[in-house]
Structure formats: C-alpha cells, structure tokens
Design a protein around this ligand. Structure first.
Ligand SMILES: [Zn+2]
Length: 66
C-alpha cells in the first residue's frame, strides 16, 4: 500500500464531486473541500477517500441514492 501524500488538482472530478481547494484540518490533516454536482459546496474528504471512491458525493446525495 502506498502511503505517500497525494496531491489532487483543483477541478479533478470524483463521482459527483469536483475538487475546489485544499484545506488543512487539525484533526484530519490535509483535506480537500469539494463541490457536489447538486450545488452543495462544503464536502470535506481526504485524497485517499476520494481516490478509492469512498466519498463520491455530498451526504444529501448519498442519502438520496439509498
Ligand atoms: Zn450533492
């Protein structure tokens, strides 16, 4: 497993999410703020979560899909 820090580019898309900016969270370390295609712009996820497909949309969309 590769543990090297991953850098995502602004505008990269993962599922419904588009990377907007990198933020440093005290609890979680480097985190990315993403905008969902539904218009919600406050989705925070780590690079690994986005790249593995663990986070693909905001919580509202995730709930709507179930
Ligand atoms: Zn959404």
């Amino acid at each position: 497993m590769i543990l090297a820090p991953v850098t995502l580019e602004h505008g990269e898309r993962y599922g419904k999410l588009t990377v907007l900016e990198k933020v440093i969270s005290k609890e979680r370390g480097p985190t990315y703020k993403c905008g969902c295609s539904c218009g919600f712009k406050y989705v925070f996820a780590k690079a690994s979560e986005l790249m593995r497909g663990r986070v693909k949309s905001c919580l509202g969309c995730k709930r709507a899909q179930r």
